[in-house]
Design a protein around this ligand. Structure first.
Ligand SMILES: [Zn+2]
Length: 116
């Protein structure tokens, strides 16, 4: 059973890697990301997002042809660990183009989650 739990944890971003339990979503936020259609560059460093993401209320605030980025904050109720998932996407009316999500598990994005 332990092996099953471990495998599941790998495939689910919202599972605590240490406790092998599903975490609670404690915050969601949408951001404007200053990248334009056709020129998407994936950044792995948290600093890029802390510096460049601008919080917005809704998708309608994203200018046409520009990227948005969703943020999901997960907290493990057993050990208190906090993971942050970023989901960059291009908002298009009928078919959103989703880029590969990023998962930060060591507090790299605390400045973005808790405010600068
Ligand atoms: Zn945990």
């Amino acid at each position: 059973m332990a092996l099953f739990g471990k495998m599941r944890a790998k495939f689910h971003d919202d599972w605590c890697e240490d406790c092998l339990e599903q975490m609670q979503t404690v915050k969601k936020q949408l951001f404007f990301m200053p990248q334009s259609v056709g020129h998407y560059t994936r950044h792995e460093d948290a600093g890029y997002y802390i510096k460049n993401l601008v919080p917005v209320e809704k998708k309608a605030e994203i200018p046409t042809g520009m990227y948005a980025c969703g943020m999901y904050v997960y907290r493990c109720m057993s050990c208190g660990a906090r993971y942050v998932k970023l989901t960059p996407f291009l908002p298009v009316r009928d078919a959103e183009k989703n880029e590969l999500p990023l998962l930060f598990m060591k507090g790299e994005l605390d400045a973005l989650v808790d405010g600068r």
